[in-house]
Design a protein around this ligand. Structure first.
Ligand code: FAD
Length: 662
């Protein structure tokens, strides 16, 4: 009998959808020995999720591939609401901005999941030097966790044992839906050029074989029917819904005037429809199918659903406008529960992310975004722990931070679904119908959540703010709080626990304007941000010097500088009256014998030649004279705010002592 081959890796990722690829991206950026496997034999090429929130775009930009999505996508600017008039005929009743104005340098865009996966794959290839590749047609067969080793975080401890099975081509090809000539999800005629290689799966000659992988950590990103979740015995809690959704990606032929706008259409008697204008003249229609009802088991017979049936439902809702199509790119129908996982991790060794821990309806375009953002929260923490930089206890903050977001997502979806699916109220006295004013208000309010920018992480060892995490209902061990407490009033618009907002500032050395957030790259490093204030004032210069010399003298922090903690400065004196080399201590723009001074770390809040004045200090709510110091985590969420002084520096050290191993 031949032995099953065995190997080791630091992190094993199950599933290569948006959550798995985001995890793998962090592994590539942090230089971790990771593997990622997926049971399907190819990536997806069309359909599924398509909306990208502003926060997701900021995250893509922090990795450096947002430009690809921004160029290829359709940009959604306005949302139109269509409702029945007194005669029962639909008419445009309102227009609002698609996203809240002024919150981000991005707006919401639409591009299908397959392209997003492409960008991730290319990025992972580049940063892992082709070492991390999605291993396709691979299915995990068994999971064992050595309970004794699970608590041992020494570098030689591999508590996880997974047996993997390499599938045959047939086993790895997902079945298509019945009753249609159009493929659902693997329709291949519209492949982008750079996707073609992915279809030619290079056989490793391993089909039908088994292997054993021993890992330090494992992340289950294996979707709503997560195998990993089932192995751990964890549940998704919540309610199934009766709503059956039809989704059609077509090139529409229509006289409906707002077909290139995002629309919510409520008809008087025929149900509701959401219009999402897409790239390449495509339009996605989300339609609630009222004619298909779940049976006694709670499941609907999806084989009865086909594109013809979905378009007929759409035609009724949009009547008297006409709607047909010649080209259907993709379609699906599904019934989805609104559920959240009971646990997001097992002993800080096995984690669940994305659809594996939350499911909900697709209308608000949240699924892919929240899934990627789960993994964005987890990946750098794993990276720092595997590298021995951060204490393993930071991994507990994954569940405390993300479970609350998943719960918020379900609550949001619940509310929005009811308003979207309900019949419009006939008049003010009609209490059973949905008032359109209420729908609009919920949309505008919900938009803040849906932008991804309202995420506010509670107090923990990574977020030094008052109030204990347990009070916030997320069950975090209070003892794991960071002992340092921030001074929120020093930067009133930089909220501790939220992502650092962005304003334009100029590079001190070359006067080029930058969005400050662009300088916060996702490279696994914390950012120590010095709002240096008016460096031309002698008192302020003294405070800055005191901060820098205490930093320079810190035996604890010095070995981490630039390697694990990057330093950024933004001052408020006049650019033309200040000099990089004269007015700023060397530690803020270090010298390297091979590459000279660092010209990319000091910025100024001043007027630009071509892009006006952003008044960043005012935007951030920071005093222009005295400034402050801010610590942003590797994911750009704010961990600490303190004074720019020797005392403030000791707090900075205290913050990092709570996180770093030594
Ligand atoms: P997924 O994208 O589901 O990725 C999971 C990956 O894990 C898959 O590649 C799968 O092959 C793999 N996998 C699963 N089990 C195993 C296993 N045992 N071993 C190895 N690999 C495994 N969202 C919207 O916003 N709008 C939509 O219209 C929409 N339509 C959708 C239609 C369909 C058919 C599906 C499935 C999803 C749709 N979604 C939609 C949801 C959206 O795609 C998800 O929210 C998002 O992809 C979640 O990302 P994820 O990485 O968590 O999971």
């Amino acid at each position: 009998v031949s032995e099953i081959p065995e190997s080791k890796c630091d992190v094993l990722i199950i599933g290569a959808g948006p959550a798995g690829l985001m995890t793998a991206t962090w592994m590539a950026r942090c230089g971790i020995n990771a593997r990622i496997v997926d049971k399907r034999n190819t990536k997806i090429f069309s359909g599924q999720a398509d909306g990208l929130q502003m926060r997701s775009l900021e995250i893509f930009d922090s990795f450096g591939f947002c430009d690809r999505a921004w160029k290829e996508a359709n940009h959604m600017i306005e949302m139109c609401m269509w409702n029945p008039g007194p005669d029962g005929v639909i008419r445009r009743s309102d227009r609002v901005s698609d996203v809240p104005v002024g919150l981000s340098r991005f707006t919401q865009i639409v591009l299908h999941q397959g392209r997003i996966e492409r960008f991730f794959l290319d990025h992972i290839k580049k940063y892992s030097k082709d070492l991390i590749k999605v291993e396709r047609a691979v299915l995990p067969d068994s999971l064992e966790i050595d309970e004794k080793l699970a608590g041992d975080h020494s570098p030689t401890s591999y508590p996880i044992k997974v047996t993997l099975r390499h599938l045959t081509e047939e086993e790895a090809t997902p079945a298509q839906s019945n009753g249609s000539s159009v493929s659902d999800g693997l329709f291949r005629s519209n492949l982008a050029d750079d996707d073609t290689d992915d279809l030619i799966r290079k056989s490793q000659g391993k089909e039908g074989t088994m292997e054993i992988v021993r890992a330090k950590y494992m992340v289950g990103c294996d979707g709503a029917h997560s195998w990993t979740r089932r192995q751990l015995g964890f549940q998704l809690e919540g309610e199934p819904t009766d709503f059956i959704w039809g989704v059609l990606d077509v090139i529409p032929i229509t006289d409906f005037p707002d077909i290139r706008m995002r629309c919510a259409v409520h008809s008087a008697e025929s149900g509701s429809l959401m219009v999402i204008p897409r790239e390449n003249k495509l339009v996605r229609l989300y339609i609630q199918l009222t004619e298909v009802k779940p049976d006694t088991s709670g499941r609907a017979d999806r084989s009865r659903i086909n594109p013809e049936m979905i378009i007929k439902a759409a035609q009724k809702i949009l009547s008297p406008y006409k709607l047909t199509y010649e080209h259907c790119d993709w379609w699906t129908a599904y019934q989805i529960g609104q559920r959240v996982g009971t646990n997001f991790d097992y002993r800080s060794r096995v984690f669940l992310a994305g659809d594996a821990v939350h499911t909900h309806s697709p209308k608000a375009g949240q699924g892919m975004n929240v899934s990627m953002q789960d993994a964005f929260n987890l990946g750098w923490k794993l990276g720092l722990v595997v590298k021995g930089i951060a204490r393993p206890s930071i991994l507990k903050t994954y569940q405390s931070e993300r479970r609350r977001i998943a719960q918020d997502l379900i609550d949001f979806d619940h509310k929005f679904s009811r308003l979207f699916s309900g019949k419009p109220a006939k008049d003010l006295l009609d209490e059973t119908g949905v008032s359109m004013a209420e729908f609009k208000e919920a949309f505008v309010k919900g938009n803040m959540f849906a932008s991804g920018l309202s995420v506010d992480y509670g107090a923990s060892m990574l977020v030094a703010k008052a109030g204990d995490a347990a009070e916030q209902g997320d069950g975090t061990d209070v003892s794991s709080k960071n002992e340092v407490i921030s001074k929120q009033d020093l930067a009133t618009n930089i909220k501790i626990g939220m992502r650092l907002p962005s304003f334009k500032v100029l590079n001190q050395a070359d006067a080029r304007p930058w969005h400050f957030q662009e300088r916060l790259k996702s490279d696994g490093r914390f950012r120590l941000i010095l709002f240096a204030g008016n460096v031309l004032s002698p008192t302020q210069k003294k405070r800055l010097d005191a901060f820098c010399s205490t930093l320079d003298a810190s035996r604890f922090l010095k070995p981490h500088l630039y390697k694990d903690i990057d330093i950024l400065t933004c001052h408020s004196a006049k650019r033309t009256d200040t000099e990089l080399l004269r007015d700023f201590p060397d530690i803020l723009h270090p010298f390297d014998v091979r590459t000279g001074w660092d010209y990319d770390s000091v910025y100024v809040d001043d007027v630009s030649y071509h892009e006006g004045y952003s008044d960043a200090y005012r935007g951030y709510g920071v005093d222009k004279e005295t400034g402050c110091v801010v610590i942003a985590r590797p994911d750009q969420y704010v961990g600490f705010i303190g004074e720019l002084s020797g005392e403030g520096m000791r707090e900075v050290e205290g913050y990092f002592r709570g996180i770093f191993v030594g």
